[in-house]
Structures are given as C-alpha cells and as structure tokens.
Design a protein around this ligand. Structure first.
Ligand SMILES: Cc1cc2nc3c(=O)[nH]c(=O)nc-3n(C[C@H](O)[C@H](O)[C@H](O)COP(=O)(O)OP(=O)(O)OC[C@H]3O[C@@H](n4cnc5c(N)ncnc54)[C@H](O)[C@@H]3O)c2cc1C
Length: 333
C-alpha cells in the first residue's frame, strides 16, 4: 500500500511496479492517480482505477473534459471504475495471513484481486498547530490578502504574518475576489516571491499576487496543460482542434467571460488564452480562431460545486469597537 508524497515514496512505488505485480489498484483519479495509472500502462502492468466521481480529473477540469480523460484511460487499457468507492483492502486469511495485500472490496459489491494499492486522495493541510493562534486557519488553509498577509480570525489583515504555497487561501480579482487555494508548484514559487518582497516593503511598494494559475500533467502520452481556474466556469467549449485526435483546447467561461483554458497536446495556444483571461475577453471566444472545429457549441462545464468556506463563527458585541469573531469547534475557513 503506497501513498505518494516524498521522493522515497516514489522510489518504493517504482520498485513495486517494476517487480511485475498482477494488478495495481489506484484509488482516486485526480492528477496523481491518473499519472500513476499511466506509469503502470507504460510498464504494461494491469491497473484498475477506482474513482467515486463520475470521471477522472472532474474535480479539477469538470465532467466534460473528465469524460475525455476517461476515454483516454480506457483506450490505454485501464480498467476504470467510476461512481464507486473502495470499502476495504484485504490480506490473506483473518489476521493470520502473510500481511500482503490480496484484494479490494468495492462499494458496488465487486471484489478485485490486487497486489499493490496506491491511495491518491488529495492532500491535507498541516494547520492543526495554528489552532488557537487567532489566525483565520482551517482545513482549507490559511486565509490571506492578495499580498500574502494573513487574516486574523476577525478577517482583519495582520502585518507580521505571511503565507505562501498550498496552505494559502488568497483572493484573486479575476475570480470575483473569492479565496483560492491552489496546489501547484508554480503558484507556491510565485507566491513566495510576493510574500518575501512584501515583508521588506512599505505599504505603497507592496505587490499583489495576480499571476494566473497554471499547471501541467503528462499522462498516456498526452500533455495536459491549463491556465486560469477551470472549476470557475459555467460552460466549456472546444475552441480549437479535435477531441477524437486528443489535440484540442477547451475554453471555460463564467458569466460571459473567459476564465480558463485547458490544452490537450496544444500547449502552444495557452499564452494566447492567458492574455484573453487577463483582459476579461468574452466567452465564448471569437469565432475567428485557427483550427476551429465545425459546429462548436458551449455546453455546461459540469464542474463540482466550489467548496464554500464553512467556518462556524459567532460574533459578539454590539458596538463596532466591541464586535469580535470567535471560531466554534472545527474551523473550515
Ligand atoms: C504526488 C504529488 C505530485 C505533484 N505533482 C505536481 C506537478 O506535476 N506539478 C505541480 O505544479 N505541482 C505538483 N504537486 C503539487 C506541488 O508539489 C505543491 O503545490 C508544492 O509542493 C507546494 O509547495 P509548498 O511549499 O506550499 O508545500 P510543500 O512542498 O508541501 O512543503 C511544505 C513543507 O512544510 C513542512 N511542514 C508542515 N508543517 C510544518 C510545521 N508545523 N513546521 C515546520 N515544517 C512544517 C512539510 O513537512 C513540508 O516539507 C504535486 C504534489 C504531490 C504530492
């Protein structure tokens, strides 16, 4: 059983995969799970991917492009099972076996014989140690302003605590100032630069973190690259290329503006879309675009509901000078 986080985890997993297992079970079809499944197929190892959602990558790209990813997996020989959960991993016998994994039980009543399981279920932010600190910290991260200055529990900016990387939740003006929490290497580096600059700058010289999120993933011989926030969308349209040929750009829109673009083997176009997002270009994009598919039509993007902040707070006091927030129980800011 593997979790994948550190280089040591990856070395252990590589050894297990190259030892020629009968079947690998990947639990969770986010980017990490899909990349592990892709590595299995490259090694000609049988692999089953179990995903509780309707398709792979739906959490990041929505169900429409998730459907394309599902077909891509099946075309490469992945036994993909969506809409089910893994309920148990079992070894041989009832506790007196050899301690080795033998099978998995799924929520649809089926069982799978597997030798290796990889749990790729997302990350948990290490914020427990901030409990009681008076900062706006919870399972979704640590809230900050666009300059990486942390908010206190009342939502007031602190001037001496900064945050950057996966743990930060920051407002991005392009996305209606809603607090975004991103898990990309590029965002962590860019935000760290802003935080470092702002720590040593006066108020008027501070920089806002306004970079558009970008990430990439290579799986099943396809380079998937994204700019913007694909889950911030009501509709999506295949603006260029061909889904059948796995060479296309999907453009996402929300309330009449372009909010993201995802390219499958077409990364060269993303800079163009980045500029369109920056200047609030209308969605759907203009129809004078190279390699436009015939009859292109926006459809519902089917993105998951955006996780809404769920801090349970009570507000005390009646006068502005008295009013304060207290977090009650677990904090989900
Ligand atoms: C398997 C996997 C694959 C990924 N692939 C990609 C990819 O292809 N492209 C991409 O852009 N991103 C990828 N990411 C995401 C990327 O790794 C993260 O976005 C990036 O590492 C975030 O940097 P960070 O510094 O915020 O957090 P981290 O890199 O997680 O570093 C945080 C550090 O803080 C330490 N720490 C935690 N609590 C404390 C404490 N109380 N005191 C002291 N230290 C503490 C942790 O041990 C850790 O070393 C991947 C992540 C994983 C897990």
């Amino acid at each position: 059983m593997f979790t994948v986080h550190t280089p040591d985890d990856v070395d252990g997993l590589r050894q297990a995969l190259t030892a020629g297992p009968g079947r690998v079970l990947v639990i969770g079809a986010g980017f990490t799970g899909c990349e592990v499944a892709s590595a299995c197929r490259e090694l000609d190892v049988p692999v089953t991917v179990v995903e509780q959602g309707t398709a792979p990558l739906t959490g990041a790209l929505g169900a429409v492009i998730g459907g394309v990813a599902a077909q891509m997996q099946r075309d490469h020989g992945v036994d993909l099972r969506c809409g089910v959960q893994v309920e148990a991993l079992e070894g041989e016998g009832d506790g007196d076996g050899d301690g080795l994994l033998r099978r998995a039980r799924l929520s649809d009543g089926s069982t799978l014989d597997v030798d290796v399981a990889v749990a790729a279920l997302g990350s948990i932010r290490n914020v427990e140690w901030l409990e009681g600190s008076g900062l706006a910290a919870g399972v979704w991260g640590v809230a900050c302003d666009a300059g990486c200055r942390v908010l206190d529990v009342n939502g007031v900016i602190t001037d001496d605590v900064f945050v950057a990387g996966d743990v930060a939740r920051f407002p991005h003006p392009v996305y209606d100032y809603q607090l975004l929490a991103l898990e990309h290497w590029g965002n962590a580096v860019a935000q760290a630069e802003i935080a470092a600059h702002n720590m040593i700058s006066t108020e008027s010289e501070r920089w806002p973190h306004l970079a558009l999120p970008e990430f990439w993933s290579t799986q099943f011989g396809t380079e998937i690259k994204s700019v913007g926030v694909p889950t911030y969308a009501g509709q999506v349209v295949i603006a260029q290329g061909s889904v059948a040929e796995r060479r296309f750009v999907a453009v996402y829109g929300y309330r009449g503006r372009i909010t993201a673009a995802v390219a499958f083997n077409q990364a060269k176009w993303l800079e163009f879309y980045e500029r369109l997002i920056d200047r609030a270009a209308p969605f759907p994009p203009s129809s004078r675009i190279v390699d436009e598919p015939a009859g292109r039509r926006p459809v519902a993007a089917e993105v998951p509901d955006r996780p809404t902040p769920q801090a349970t707070v009570v507000v005390t006091g009646h006068e502005p000078s008295e009013r304060r927030v207290a977090l009650v129980g677990k904090t989900y800011l």
